[in-house]
Design a protein around this ligand. Structure first.
Ligand SMILES: NC(=O)C1=CN([C@@H]2O[C@H](COP(=O)(O)OP(=O)(O)OC[C@H]3O[C@@H](n4cnc5c(N)ncnc54)[C@H](OP(=O)(O)O)[C@@H]3O)[C@@H](O)[C@H]2O)C=CC1
Ligand SMILES: O=C(O)C1=N[C@H](C(=O)O)C[C@H](O)C1
Length: 247
């Protein structure tokens, strides 16, 4: 049995993860940690793996604590952009024995959406990302949108793509969205959504849209279980679920 601590255990994702992990073969939740609880519960419960679903402001501190105590950690919390990932890499140093698996989105459809967007990126003149989430989400843009934009920007840079065409000279209210790596990202917060995203590509005479919808948080659970089961066998920092899924 792999012993697992869940951080943010009373939250939307944490509570669903506790149920999914306890229902999975070979995994058991030994610590349910939420706001106000000491992280010492991780070590006192004998957890080998921690799963973080807290909030962006505290997740890096939680990861640091886990690495310093030799506990493998799966990070589901958003906010891990390239700068934060670099901070985790330097925390682990040159000879990491602890695994840190940072997963912007655990759903298989979202993982494929990001992969397909990265593949399409060099082939179109224009690209924009629209993400849609429930209005209780505290951060914007979503971690998935940040990761998608970073992958698109890297693929375009590697291919020597030109800057996106855009004649806008007046945008006092930010209608053209946030620019991440030069890619416009638009965030919608509306009741009825769980997590959705569209990546819109445009070329001469054509458009190409990749869309993914999570209608229920159950969509994240197979990925959560796979990540928690895999992290101890992956020392160092891994970003995304691709390698765990064999993509
Ligand atoms: N990677 C993925 O596939 C997914 C990632 N997410 C991300 O996961 C994170 C959590 O989302 P969600 O479950 O919806 O959020 P919730 O607000 O429902 O849950 C977060 C929980 O963490 C608790 N918490 C806050 N700070 C701490 C702390 N320092 N230590 C322990 N617990 C703490 C909160 O308590 P309190 O409310 O009292 O502050 C709350 O119970 C977000 O960043 C979200 O973007 C969400 C869905 C999928
Ligand atoms: O807060 C959420 O709900 C989600 N957060 C993650 C993100 O910021 O990308 C993953 C998914 O989109 C749901």
């Amino acid at each position: 049995m792999t012993r697992v601590a869940v951080l943010g255990a009373k939250g939307r994702m944490g509570s669903e993860s506790v149920r999914a992990i306890n229902a999975a073969d070979g995994l058991e939740v030994v610590a349910e940690i939420d706001q106000g609880d000491s992280l010492d519960l991780i070590t006192s419960s004998g957890a080998e793996v921690a799963l973080d679903f807290t909030q962006p402001a505290v997740a890096l501190d939680n990861v640091t604590w886990c690495v310093e105590h030799g506990v493998h950690v799966v990070v589901g919390t958003s906010g891990f952009d390239d700068d934060r990932i670099a901070a985790v890499r330097s925390l682990l140093g040159d000879a990491p024995s602890t695994g840190v698996l940072i997963v912007p989105n655990f759903s298989i459809g979202a993982v494929l959406m990001m992969r397909f967007a990265e593949t399409a990126a060099p082939f179109f003149e224009s690209v924009e990302v629209i993400e849609m989430h429930h209005p209780d989400k505290i951060d914007a843009p979503s971690g998935t949108a940040v990761r998608t934009a970073e992958l698109i920007a890297s693929a375009r840079e590697a291919a020597g793509s030109a800057a996106l065409p855009d004649a806008t000279t007046s945008d006092p209210d930010g209608a053209r969205g946030a620019k991440l790596g030069g890619v416009p990202v638009h965030s919608v917060r509306a009741r009825g959504f769980v997590a959705s995203q569209e990546v819109l590509f445009g070329g001469v005479g054509e458009s190409f849209t990749i869309r993914h919808d999570s209608h229920d948080r159950a969509s994240f659970m197979p990925g959560v279980v796979a990540a928690v089961g895999a992290v101890s066998g992956r020392p160092g920092v891994t970003v995304g679920l691709d390698a765990v899924l064999g993509l």
